[in-house]
Design a protein around this ligand. Structure first.
Ligand SMILES: C[S@@+](CC[C@H](N)C(=O)[O-])C[C@H]1O[C@@H](n2cnc3c(N)ncnc32)[C@H](O)[C@@H]1O
Length: 283
């Protein structure tokens, strides 16, 4: 998949509406993944979108601005900036900063192992709905598990029932949100965001990678926030960055002690009329 290819697909889906569905594997079905992993062993690895740690470690990105009402977005091509995954997650990659971090839909990607190799101490908890891949990954990474840097948990990201509220500093996803969005399992997207919000600490970061641009993905992912279904905003500081191969989204769980200002979504997602109405409602 490429950014351009996904843009064309998303645009076609938007123009043709709900009556039309492009064929897509049932990515929202755990059975599909178990079957996909059934013939793969501990030494097999697959990287969604061919994106590896090398693409994220120290990356050059361009800021993306978007407008959901107009179904458009633009990349600021004049200003390429440098950042790192550690910076995105607000975790410095030194061993003394052993911040607990969750990796969603880990599959058999080597990203987690490479992060530990680079000095992240985690513990990095990798979650997948497929018990088959959790078994093979636990086998492959047994040494890291023994050292206390990593763990594997079979769990549904829509629930994250194995995790207590507020126990994670950061949550990273490469491919789960993207795949679920492709399969048009939009209720699963809302559930994943809700469970991530629950397990993150106030001020913690959710970072995920997707090929879809924000004007398509965000109305699905943030449906409840955008429709004011939730009483209080849960997310702030939403940023979208265009990397060479993929888009990196990051958003911060509202810190109830520090961040009472609603920086997201009013200034980007709403049009002027809605914004005035929202301001009025807040008074
Ligand atoms: C597109 S693959 C990405 C795998 C890996 N992160 C990578 O970068 O290659 C999506 C992964 O999410 C897992 N998955 C699908 N639905 C899930 C769910 N509801 N909860 C947790 N994991 C899920 C699948 O088993 C699969 O391993």
């Amino acid at each position: 998949m490429s950014l351009r290819g996904r843009y064309i697909i998303d645009r076609i889906k938007t123009v043709l509406g709900n009556s039309f569905r492009l064929p897509c594997p049932p990515y929202g079905d755990p059975g599909y993944w178990d079957a996909a992993y059934s013939s793969l062993g501990p030494q097999d690895s697959y990287e969604w979108g061919d994106v590896t740690l090398a693409d994220l470690r120290k990356y050059e990105y361009r800021t993306v601005e978007w407008n959901v009402q107009r179904s458009s977005s633009s990349t600021n091509n004049n200003m390429a900036q440098q950042s790192s995954l550690a910076e995105s997650l607000a975790i410095h990659p030194h061993v003394e900063k052993n911040e607990p971090m969750l990796m969603l839909g880990c599959g058999n990607s080597t990203l987690g192992e490479e992060m530990i190799d680079e000095g992240w101490s985690g513990p990095l908890i990798q979650v997948d709905v497929s018990s088959r891949v959790i078994e093979t990954m636990s086998h492959r990474c047994h040494q890291l598990i023994q050292n206390g840097h990593m763990n594997f948990v079979q769990d549904d990201a829509c629930e994250l029932s194995a995790f207590r509220d507020g126990m994670m500093q950061a949550c990273l996803d490469k491919g789960l949100i993207d795949a679920i969005y492709c399969a048009e399992e939009h209720n699963q997207l809302s559930k994943i965001l809700k469970s991530v919000g629950r397990v993150l600490r106030s001020g913690g970061w959710f970072v995920f990678l997707s090929f879809s641009r924000p004007e398509f993905l965000l109305p699905r992912l943030l449906k409840e926030e955008m429709q004011n279904v939730v009483r209080k905003r849960q997310w702030t500081n939403l940023q979208v960055q265009e990397l060479e191969k993929i888009l990196l989204y990051k958003m911060q769980k509202v810190d109830i002690n520090q961040d009472n200002e609603l920086r997201f979504p009013p200034h980007r997602i709403r049009n002027d009329k809605e914004r005035r109405k929202h301001k009025h409602n807040l008074k």
